[in-house]
Design a binder for this molecule. Structure first.
Ligand code: CU
Length: 129
């Protein structure tokens, strides 16, 4: 028979440090009082992702969240489209002189080049992430 090997520490192998901050409570409080005013006139929502077409250009690449609703405003007098180059991810026609349209961004993250079907030299990029 074995005469009592000393298993002194069995069961309590914790090395102190129990008072640390527990992880798993990373809660970002992002809500800074979103106004819920009932003044929805169908206008562009403040802070909503927007592509503004001007002088036959789409401007800088726009980064949006997956599935975000993107508003397109066309300040030119000519009509334009926002048409995804591949996969028919989106395709909207936006009439000129301040016309607007909306489309839903793809749900898959990635870079989505688009163009105007009327003016194929017009090119832009939508980034979903
Ligand atoms: Cu165009």
């Amino acid at each position: 028979m074995e005469d009592g090997h000393s298993e002194s520490d069995s069961g309590q192998g914790h090395s102190a440090a129990d008072g640390g901050a527990p992880f798993g409570r990373l809660r970002h409080r992002k809500s800074r009082g979103v106004p819920r005013a009932g003044t929805s006139t169908g206008a562009v929502t403040p802070g909503a992702p927007t592509i503004t077409i001007k002088d036959f250009g789409y401007g800088a690449p726009l980064t949006v969240a997956p599935g975000a609703v993107v508003t397109v405003t066309n300040m030119d007098s000519a009509g334009h489209t926002v048409t995804a180059e591949q996969g028919q991810a989106f395709d909207v026609d936006v009439r000129g002189s301040g016309g607007t349209a909306t489309f839903t961004a793809p749900s898959a993250p990635g870079s989505y080049p688009y163009f105007c079907t009327y003016h194929p030299n017009m090119r832009g990029t939508l980034i979903v992430k």
